[in-house]
Design a protein around this ligand. Structure first.
Ligand code: GDD
Ligand code: MG
Length: 364
């Protein structure tokens, strides 16, 4: 079995952190999202994965090379963004026509049983089978009308509020038959959701497979924080302290907390709940850190407070600084001593913040 992972999106909604890394390489429990997905594919018995890439393609090639987890990795590198359907068509030669294959939107994490999906696809002799997940607000997603025998009779991408045919959304996990290539025009960008699925639905060749396992979309910063929170909740261990991490005297840890290797925490600091700290980060004394994700190699100095924020790689937060809920601090940023950032401030990578910020804004 082969799989294509769509990995070429820009990740606009995750700026500023997506300016310096692709969305698929954002850490979830201190490991890139794509590592989790590749592990699940390997467990399913997938032998070859094609990464459909465009933006920051090199970061994928550097990390995964030509094989990982016993699977071969190939790269379908688009010259211009081909969009979801165009990207699949562009990978046609690498995938071939022998067998049905999996296609995954790379920016989601799910524990769906891929085998069950493949099985149903074969039973129905479908051209395409879409994994469907039930959500409260389907407006940001593709939605479907499903018959009792799991046929999709209507597919609508991002229907206006109140206009979606159901709350069942396209989870971004498909099994496709090679016949799909006949439905995607070559040589131009094509949205599979807007151009191909509606046509297949009309012809009765599109099927759905509902599931209730974990499904998380990391589309926006709040989704990304929530994704880490859910992963901590479902993790069997509620406190994970990495190799070589050093915790000072009187440090209070409120589970769940995950601290990666080489992290140091100064005395009297309080960490958690729902905190993930990346490798080699240094926390000073009396630091308060809760409901946040900190990327590797950051420094959070004495008496600083960080609540509900995402702190990028190698960020320096000065003494007595206060970072409030919804803040997203880009890689290599310096927040000077005694600075307060109010809620929902985002700071672009490599900036220095020298003055308090009292309203929600983007510092670019
Ligand atoms: N190779 C390549 N080329 N990949 C692309 C391109 C492209 O031009 N454009 C987007 N992608 C990748 C993205 O990196 C992502 O992994 C996936 O395709 C989906 O694109 P998004 O831009 O994230 O789409 P979305 O989140 O608005 O909507 C999609 O996902 C929802 C589920 O999360 C749609 O498939 C919806 O129908 C679906 O409900
Ligand atoms: Mg998406």
């Amino acid at each position: 079995m082969k799989a294509i992972i769509l990995a070429g999106g820009v990740g606009t909604r995750l700026r500023p952190l997506s300016c310096t890394r692709p969305k698929l390489l954002f850490p979830l429990l201190n490991k890139p999202l794509l590592d989790h997905t590749l592990e699940r594919l390997a467990e399913t018995g997938v032998k070859g994965v094609t990464l459909a890439v465009k933006f920051m393609a090199e970061s994928f090639m550097k990390r995964y090379g030509e094989s990982t987890n016993g699977m071969t990795i190939s790269y379908s590198k688009e010259k211009i963004p081909m969009w979801t359907g165009g990207a699949i068509k562009y990978a046609e030669e690498l995938i071939g026509h022998e067998d049905q294959f999996l296609v995954l939107n790379g920016d989601i994490f799910t524990t769906i049983d891929y085998r069950g999906l493949i099985h149903e696809h074969k039973e129905n002799e479908a051209v395409a089978t879409i994994a469907l997940y039930s959500v409260e607000d389907p407006s940001r997603y593709g939605t479907v009308k499903l018959t009792d025998d799991n046929r999709i009779t209507q597919f609508v991408e991002k229907a206006p509020l109140g206009k979606a045919p159901s709350n069942l959304i396209n989870a971004g996990v498909y099994v496709l038959d090679p016949e799909i290539f006949d439905y995607i025009p070559a040589g131009r960008p094509v949205s599979i959701e807007r151009e191909v699925f509606p046509k297949l639905a009309k012809q009765g060749k599109l099927f759905g497979h509902t599931f209730t396992d974990i499904w998380i979309d990391i589309g926006k910063p709040e989704d990304y924080l929530r994704a880490n929170k859910i992963m901590l909740d479902v993790s069997t261990k509620k406190r994970l302290i990495g190799f070589g991490a050093k915790l000072g005297a009187e440090v209070v840890i409120n589970d769940p907390v995950m601290v990666d290797s080489g992290v140091t925490v100064g005395e009297n600091s309080q960490i958690g709940p729902y905190v993930i700290v990346g490798r080699d980060t240094v926390l000073g004394r009396n630091v308060l850190l809760e409901n946040s994700v900190v990327f590797p190699e950051a420094t959070i100095s004495d008496n600083a407070t960080v609540r509900g924020a995402v702190i990028g790689e190698a960020v320096t937060i000065g003494e007595n600084a206060r970072i409030s809920e919804g803040c997203v601090i880009g890689d290599y940023v310096t927040i000077n001593d005694n600075i307060t950032l109010s809620k929902h401030v985002t700071v672009c990578h490599s900036k220095e913040v020298k003055e308090n910020v009292s309203e929600s804004t983007n510092i670019i």
